[in-house]
Design a protein around this ligand. Structure first.
Ligand SMILES: Cc1cc2nc3c(=O)[nH]c(=O)nc-3n(C[C@H](O)[C@H](O)[C@H](O)COP(=O)(O)OP(=O)(O)OC[C@H]3O[C@@H](n4cnc5c(N)ncnc54)[C@H](O)[C@@H]3O)c2cc1C
Length: 260
């Protein structure tokens, strides 16, 4: 079999290494979550002036579901180590590669290393995937609300939706300070509504995500209702979940990931 044919067969056969424990909650494979693996940077793609996507080869990666994250560890020559959580930006596939998108946090230890030091060929350690609660296997209508780098796990869901040509409804509302700060701007399609909080293109209002963005989506209830996924800072998570509840979304169908 040619490599291409083998890849095509593997792509069809790919199944995430996770199972439903209860409806909507995905059991995380304990072994994969516990073992550190070497991840080699194979590419860097600038998304905005403050955010870049890092592509890694992780030959032993067990696969993931959109919405999951991993733990990343940097270790210095003297043994000092720093660990941080990062959401998986890439859709699940069998490429042996994963992508993370990191905001450059001012004075940030780990994000600072990635944005100022890291080069293709450098290695870090990762363990995961982690968290079944924020995972979306693509089995139910998804309403995604994100702000800043909170769009990262949501984009994995959008990419998965496209890659698998899923017909389950999916809508996303993302908030950024300005068009220049909008991560994945080139990739966003008709499923996405953008909100700009500081500066917007001419004719587009500037302001926070509001009921006017969320309520119309809740009004077009798909069969079975929406599963809402909210990701961003603590402040954004509070604000967006209040908007959802006010528009009629059941509290127990709102999943929140906070980046701090
Ligand atoms: C489940 C989960 C998933 C995450 N996914 C992503 C992701 O996909 N992309 C991403 O860029 N980040 C993500 N984060 C945040 C990430 O884990 C780190 O907190 C972030 O990269 C900062 O780490 P640092 O070492 O650069 O900064 P640190 O050295 O830890 O902090 C430096 C300074 O920045 C402040 N600070 C720390 N974190 C933030 C922040 N997020 N925003 C603003 N100020 C901050 C601190 O208070 C401190 O003053 C995620 C967090 C969680 C919990």
């Amino acid at each position: 079999m040619t490599e291409t044919a083998a890849k095509a067969t593997a792509a069809v056969a790919f199944a995430p290494p996770t199972r439903f424990a209860v409806p909507g909650r995905v059991a995380v494979a304990g072994e994969a979550a516990a073992v550190w693996q070497t991840a080699t940077i194979t590419g860097v793609r600038r998304e905005t002036p403050h955010a870049s996507t890092f592509r890694f080869a992780v030959p032993g990666w067990a696969g993931h579901l959109p919405g999951q994250h991993l733990m990343l560890r940097l270790t210095a020559g003297d043994g000092y180590a720093a660990q941080r959580h990062y959401s998986l930006a890439s859709a699940p596939d069998d490429s042996g590669h994963i992508e993370l998108t990191l905001d450059h946090v001012v004075d940030g230890e780990v994000s600072g290393w990635f944005h100022t030091v890291a080069r293709p060929g450098d290695t870090v350690e990762v363990r995961g995937p982690l968290s079944g609660f924020f995972a979306w296997p693509g089995d139910r209508p998804a309403l995604l609300l994100g702000a800043g780098s909170g769009v990262v796990p949501l984009m994995s869901m959008v990419r998965h939706h496209r890659a698998r040509a899923l017909d389950v409804p999916l809508r996303m509302v993302v908030s950024a300070r300005s068009p220049e700060e909008l991560i994945y701007a080139r990739e966003l399609g008709p499923e996405t509504t953008t909100v700009f909080t500081r500066a917007a293109p001419r004719g587009v209002p500037v302001g926070r995500m509001a009921a006017t963005h969320v309520a119309p989506l809740l009004a077009e209830q798909p069969a079975g209702g929406w599963e809402a996924y909210v990701c961003g800072s603590n402040g954004f998570a509070e604000h967006a979940s209040r908007l959802l509840v006010a528009a009629g979304q059941p509290v127990d169908r709102i999943r929140i990931e906070r980046f701090g």
